[in-house]
Ligand binder design. Sequence first.
Ligand code: AMP
Length: 180
Amino acid sequence: MARICVYLGSREGNSPAFRQATNKLGRTLAERGHTLVYGGARLGLMGELANSVLEAGGEAIGVMPDHLVEREQAHFGLSELIRVRNMHERKATMAANADAFIALPGGIGTLEELFEIWTWGYLGLHEKPMGLLNIDEFYSPLLTFLDSTVGHGFLAAPTREMLLDAPSPGELLDALEAQL
Ligand code: AMP
């Protein structure tokens, strides 16, 4: 049983596959006894994931800065909503409260969070496993690009290997759990 931090879109995306896989991840987290840690919003895939964890009897903890709570974007049905002062404090709080990290499809917020936590791992600030849920090949172009950065000499192969990926929630959780 672990605390899994998930970064994911505040939008739903254009394909129902994103929502379906997000729901599956939420149910699988709850079934395996893991606690969800995420950004605390009720919007898009973020809200879907929290609701699917809670409906399956799991625990969901949100971490949200005051300015977003005030814009009524918070999910008020969570097991716990941790309020923080700003986005920097939020990312540090999410990281401190997690044993592993997952990125689902999302936009620049998701990518920024993913790359920051990966960089912190690369710099030796944590040794927690990290992985992408590659729903419908969403992340395949990014994975190809990352492999090419190794080829170009800007990324060390062991650092590249720190970022796991899998096409389904069960396979991704298996890979992360093996490193816990
Ligand atoms: P994006 O991928 O651009 O939709 O951003 C989603 C990611 O950034 C999430 O993992 C959140 O932690 C954060 N984020 C962006 N927008 C919001 C929002 N309105 N409410 C809460 N978190 C957000």
